[in-house]
Design a protein around this ligand. Structure first.
Ligand code: TTP
Ligand code: MG
Length: 572
């Protein structure tokens, strides 16, 4: 079972503490079982009246035993809490680490909202179970079983009450648990749903407002919220039912002990002390059963959590890190007969793509939306692995090169630039932690971002995702970020689309002037952007239709001429 496996894996390393917990729980149970006997002895001695010595002696014993029992219990809980918290911390660290290594595809499989729930709420469920186990996994059965044995030993004539009360208690508990388990099992998914709607709503808030969809979104959230509410309510109802029932069983059985025991005392067949002993053991038995039930109740929810955590921890990131030690020798990028299809898709997104980009060259890729341009760029950065053929950077197949080395050589400006919360400087230093301010300004200057950054300063705040910057500013900041890294290969995925034509032109001129020895792969939709490239690849449905310079393509490529003409007519 995943749950056991997970507990073993994360609580296991703290075994010295576990040994302590077991010892403390054992001590606590033994002491608890001892108490009623001492207690009863006082009454049974019958010599108490006027016999202060005995009172003091036995009373003292009781006090000592109680204090020891409290101490053992406290220590067990303390150690348990330490184990549980540490196990939780380690689990969260592992989930985070795994999730960071996930490729795009793995992320899509889990969904970010679910990953967050898994790493917070699910871990918490497992943690709770560990804590509960540490406080009563051993003492609960010891109390009930020891209690039964000792109660029967104390007085066999009253034992039938145990024989009735225990099964009744067990049946009631089993009924409640069997109702709770299915609800608990779905609870985590409902928490997921809430997080998903909330997250989508927050990221898409502008769109939602623009389309006046707030009501619809609210309905969607209300539904998820209502769902969770009603599930929680049902568990609440069961708990509300559970407590009075437990109390009823406890009270009725103690009345029974006193009633029937009272008669026996009356007729001299039973000492009053023994009856008290019996009563207290009965209480302990029932308490033990109750504790065990509560633990059992935690298990299904924790098991669901454990399964969801294990799913993350056991997923091998679909693009494994390169194991090879080879580092790219230079900035040459070569595609050789590359085909690629997304997992589960029937048709390949790229087919038989072959081209080479040498250091200092600019290779432009133009093609309609959905042609496979982003996919091609992502293959260089090894976001995915090719289905056929090979992609080489600096002469080394990307699958065989050391992943860190590979990435150190690449500067990727993604199609949807993402900035992290922090400052402009902290974002730029993603590329190189040790970059000086002068380096940053230089990169900003090339990226044509100097103007608007100068107004706010390098320490201007950046909101999560960079939403407090315009689309074009974001693009330029992410270009600057790639430049700060000083890579050998720069990949621009449609990174000039949000720039006006003159900024675009100035940016390209600056890149040409400053980065003459860097390999540049430029994806674009606009002819003006690709015009000056050393080679232009025209791609359509994942195939390279034609390649050459702007002038050559105008001569040879029908498709390219069409693209040019369509844009001319728009601009005219
Ligand atoms: P892209 O490579 O994203 O197409 P593109 O970059 O050329 O398009 P745009 O100019 O709009 O940026 O996608 C190519 C095809 O691959 C497209 O049909 C959608 C499909 N695809 C998937 O099936 N799964 C994915 O994760 C992605 C990114 C694309
Ligand atoms: Mg794209």
């Amino acid at each position: 079972m995943k749950l056991l496996h997970l507990i073993k894996r994360y609580a296991g390393p703290y075994w010295p503490l576990i040994v302590l917990v077991v010892l403390f729980q054992f001590a606590q149970s033994v002491l608890s079982l001892l108490l009623p006997t001492i207690n009863g002895d006082i009454l049974n001695d019958g010599v108490l009246v006027g016999n202060t010595d005995v009172i003091w002696r036995l009373g003292g014993w009781m006090l000592v035993v109680s204090l020891l029992q409290i101490a053992a219990n406290t220590l067990a809980i303390l150690c348990g809490a330490i184990i549980a918290m540490r196990a939780g911390r380690d689990m969260r660290a592992d989930v985070f680490q795994k999730a960071s290594a996930f490729s795009e595809q793995d992320m899509q499989r889990f969904g970010s909202a679910s990953l967050i729930t898994r790493n917070t709420n699910d871990v918490q469920q497992v943690q709770m179970l560990i804590l509960m186990s540490c406080t009563m996994l051993m003492s609960a059965p010891m109390l009930s079983i020891g209690g039964i044995v000792l109660a029967i030993r104390a007085d066999a004539t009253l034992s039938w009450i145990v024989a009735v009360a225990v099964p009744v208690m067990l049946i009631v508990m089993a009924l409640i648990v069997s109702r709770l388990v299915p609800i608990f099992a779905t609870l985590q998914e409902k928490v997921d749903a809430i997080n998903r709607v909330m997250r989508e709503q927050l990221t898409g808030i502008r769109v939602v407002r623009a389309f006046v969809q707030e009501k619809r979104e609210k309905r969607r959230f209300d539904k998820a919220n209502e769902d969770l509410y009603s599930a929680m309510l049902r568990t609440g109802n069961l708990f509300v039912l559970a407590f009075p029932l437990i109390m009823l069983i406890v009270e009725v059985s103690s009345v029974a002990v006193i009633w029937f025991g009272g008669h026996l005392v009356d007729s001299g067949e039973l000492e009053i002390g023994t009856m008290m002993i019996f009563l207290q053991y009965l209480m302990q038995i029932l308490m033990g059963i109750m504790m065990m039930t509560f633990m059992t109740m935690m298990i299904p929810r924790a098991a669901v959590g454990a399964r969801r955590i294990s799913e993350v921890i056991e997923t091998e990131a679909s693009v494994a890190r390169g194991t090879g030690s080879a580092a790219p020798a230079d900035g040459t990028v070569e595609f050789e007969g590359v085909s690629f299809s997304y997992p589960g898709a029937d048709t390949p997104v790229l087919e038989d793509v072959t081209f080479t980009a040498h250091p200092g060259e600019t290779v432009a890729i133009i093609g309609s939306t959905g042609a496979g341009k982003t996919t091609l760029v992502n293959l260089i950065a090894r976001q995915f692995d090719v289905t056929a053929g090979s992609v080489r950077v600096g002469g080394v197949d990307v699958r065989e090169s050391d992943t860190d080395q590979l990435w150190a050589n690449l500067g990727l400006v993604p199609q949807r630039p993402y900035l992290f919360s922090g400052t402009v400087a902290s974002n730029l230093r993603f590329g190189d932690e040790n970059a000086t301010e002068a380096d940053l300004w230089q990169a900003l200057e090339i990226a044509q971002a100097k103007g608007f950054v100068a107004e706010k300063g390098l320490d201007a705040r950046v909101a999560q995702g960079g939403t407090n910057f315009s689309g074009g500013q974001r693009q330029r900041l992410s270009i600057a970020r790639a430049l700060v890294k000083r890579p050998r290969v720069l990949l621009f995925d449609d990174s000039f689309s949000a720039l006006d034509t003159s900024t675009d032109a100035r940016l390209r001129a600056a890149l040409d002037a400053e980065l003459s020895d860097i390999t540049r792969i430029v994806v674009a939709q606009r002819v003006a952007t690709v015009q000056g490239a050393d080679r232009i690849l025209v791609i359509e449905s994942g195939r390279i239709l034609d390649q050459g310079t702007h002038d050559e393509l105008l001569e040879t490529s029908e498709t390219y001429r069409e693209i040019v003409n369509s844009q001319m007519s728009v601009e005219a």
